[in-house]
Design a protein around this ligand. Sequence first.
Ligand code: UDP
Length: 330
Amino acid sequence: MAILVTGGAGYIGSHTVLHLLNKGEKVVVFDNLQKGHREAVMEGVSFYKGDLHDSDLLDRVFSENKIEAVIHFAANSLVGESVEHPISYYQNNVAGSLNLVDRMVKNGVKNIVFSSTAAVYGEPETVPISESDRTVPGNPYGETKLAIEKLLFWADQAYGLKSVALRYFNAAGADSEGRIGEDHTPESHLIPIVLEAALGKRPYVSIFGEDYKTEDGTCIRDYIHVMDLADAHYLALEKLKRTEESGVYNLGNGTGFSVKEVIETCREVTGREIQSVSSPRRAGDPAVLIASSQKAKDELGWIPQYPDLREIVKHAWNWHVNHPDGYSAQ
Ligand code: UDP
């Protein structure tokens, strides 16, 4: 039996594929390569280039492989872009997932682990955030992910499709052996941007807002190592198979770092000078996002292996130094 990973050529998807292979699982990857990289998928893994809207291709994947479960990453995931292009976000994320779920039900595949996000909460009520807190997304990206979570809830009631939704906080880092890493075009995430400045690919880092109600005035986020996220997907599948119970889990470290602290950590890890410039706030950024992941620890048995921000940055830096132009140079 194999696990189908949609979006398996993307950042978190490709690290999860690597982790599943390390666990001895058989993996099939489905990706349209709009954002993903073919080079990020290990050799020997069955690969289908295609779109979630393509029902015939999905049916072929299900008939050509014995798929026991799906891990679903394929989505557009930029908050700012989602505000500018909500229709495309609903089309790709909601309609694409709807089609995937439809084909899963028709093909008798009963388990799915879904890549959700802290963006479903919007401006948090409490810190740290727990799964039972209210969900009021502040942008179309978060709305589409919440809509898919709700689809999965109702698909469980109607068809017995079991799901785990994993709400990630800030994914960062890279494979500790440096085989794969983070390569987005354009890059919008803080840690790779700071490392690009360390490499001299950018003159400086813009700090989006220094007037938040935090100790140093900059936003605080909960950074989680991408391989720890990958492990949570594996554990979520194991739990689904064991208990046949659906669930929703936050994934974070429970510790927050400000933008300035992240930049300082990058200076220490890289030993390079990194200039920063004060810039206006970015629309839609909550001041503080920190996860309570107690539920994932208790119910999935999840124990993050790389909770230290320095180590997260170290692994990301190792990838960036060796791949200054990302996958395109390979
Ligand atoms: N950020 C920043 N400068 C940048 C990119 C990001 O100050 O060039 C800030 C951003 O405003 C947020 C934090 O860094 O407070 C993390 O942003 P990122 O886009 O990495 O993740 P998000 O929290 O949006 O998921």
